[in-house]
Design a binder for this molecule. Structure first.
Ligand code: ADP
Ligand code: MG
Length: 333
């Protein structure tokens, strides 16, 4: 493959968790109600993500593994207003640069047969495949031909921890979607897709944590228009009462317009929302999904998409801090 393509691939696909992120985001973009993630050997032997989203026609499936073949941007002006998680058309070709990629898919309009596309060492083969509407993508032998990248990875245990955190983050911030993660045959987490943050946190944490929590945001939006924050910033999620805390900030799960990412502005605002309820050197467990008009947030800052730039960070911080403080104020202390 071209050097330029290899460099581009390096920006997107640095470790098993980045593959999982891209595949899960594609499933969510396809409107799936279920995301099943199966991983073997921390993702180095196998990463398989199956969804029941809208799937692809044969033409779309062939195109999907070509560079910059995104179906998600119509014109130049769209880049400014990205509403889907993917938009660069880089992920699948980048993954195919550093692994064997097999895609089976069927769109509703495809009739009886689905399509299988395999990219292995730059060779692409396409054929029919039987399956229901949706998409399954299997990534095997990750970094087998890029020994330097493989060497730069942490231990399998740590790499799997990142995979697990990635799936947890999406499961928690998308309670309406059913998620499961299986590692070497063992089910690590599973959420029901009921739409309830409490149900989602039960699937990721445990009964004690779920029982000590309260949801916020969702009903407010439907019931009243009057306490809507300005500029279309809305916040929903769940806070765990400060009776249960953690020694690291890793349990504050945040998403911006559905993309799970660890945004420092939001994380700090969450802590501020707890205020003095939080003991020194302790961190809360919380899930916060911030929604704002696409033109008020730039997700295009970095190819790895783990950073955003807000038009007005203060307005976001205020909305988050207020939502957390209000939710905690309803608790009987
Ligand atoms: P992007 O998400 O930036 O558009 P990707 O390389 O991640 O680029 O995916 C390329 C294209 O393949 C997408 O635009 C989409 O049309 C299609 N695609 C990928 N995964 C799925 C999926 N799970 N379901 C439906 N279509 C998909
Ligand atoms: Mg994508």
């Amino acid at each position: 493959p071209e050097t330029v393509e290899r460099i581009a691939a390096g920006e997107v696909v640095t470790r098993p968790a980045s593959v999982v992120t891209e595949l899960v985001e594609n499933s969510l973009d396809a409107g799936t109600s279920s995301v099943e993630v199966v991983v073997e050997n921390a993702g180095l032997d196998l990463i398989r993500v199956a969804d029941d989203g809208h799937g692809m026609t044969e033409t779309d499936a062939r195109l999907a593994v070509e560079r910059h073949a995104t179906s998600k941007i119509g014109g130049v002006e769209d880049v400014e207003r990205v509403a889907t998680l993917g938009f660069r058309g880089e992920a699948l070709p980048s993954i195919a640069q550093v692994a064997r990629l097999e895609l089976t898919t069927k769109a509703a309009e495809s009739g009886a047969a689905g399509t299988r596309v395999v990219v292995d060492g730059g060779e692409k083969t396409t054929g029919p495949a039987g399956r229901a509407v949706g998409t399954t993508i299997s990534v095997t032998d990750l970094f087998a031909n890029t020994p330097v990248r493989r060497k730069s990875l942490a231990t399998p245990k740590r790499e799997f921890a990142r995979v697990s955190e990635t799936v947890s983050d999406y499961a928690l911030t998308h309670p309406d979607v059913r998620f499961s993660l299986t590692h070497d045959g063992r089910t690590v987490l599973s959420t029901p897709g009921s739409g309830s943050y409490t149900d989602a946190i039960l699937g990721v944490y445990n009964r004690e944590v779920a029982g000590q929590s309260t949801e916020f945001g969702q009903e407010d939006e439907k019931e009243s228009g009057d306490d809507q924050p300005s500029n279309g910033v809305s916040v929903s999620g769940l806070v765990v009462y400060p009776s249960i805390t953690r020694s690291t900030p890793a349990h504050v799960t945040t998403a911006i317009n559905g993309r799970a990412l660890d945004d420092p502005t939001v994380r700090k605002a969450v802590t501020n929302g707890y205020g003095t309820l939080l003991p020194d050197d302790r961190y809360p467990i919380a899930v916060v999904d911030v929604s704002l008009p696409p033109e008020r947030v730039d997700v295009n800052v970095h190819p790895s998409k783990d950073e955003v730039a807000f038009a007005d960070p203060d307005e976001v911080a205020e909305a988050v801090e207020q939502a957390i403080a209000d939710a905690l104020a309803t608790q009987d202390l």
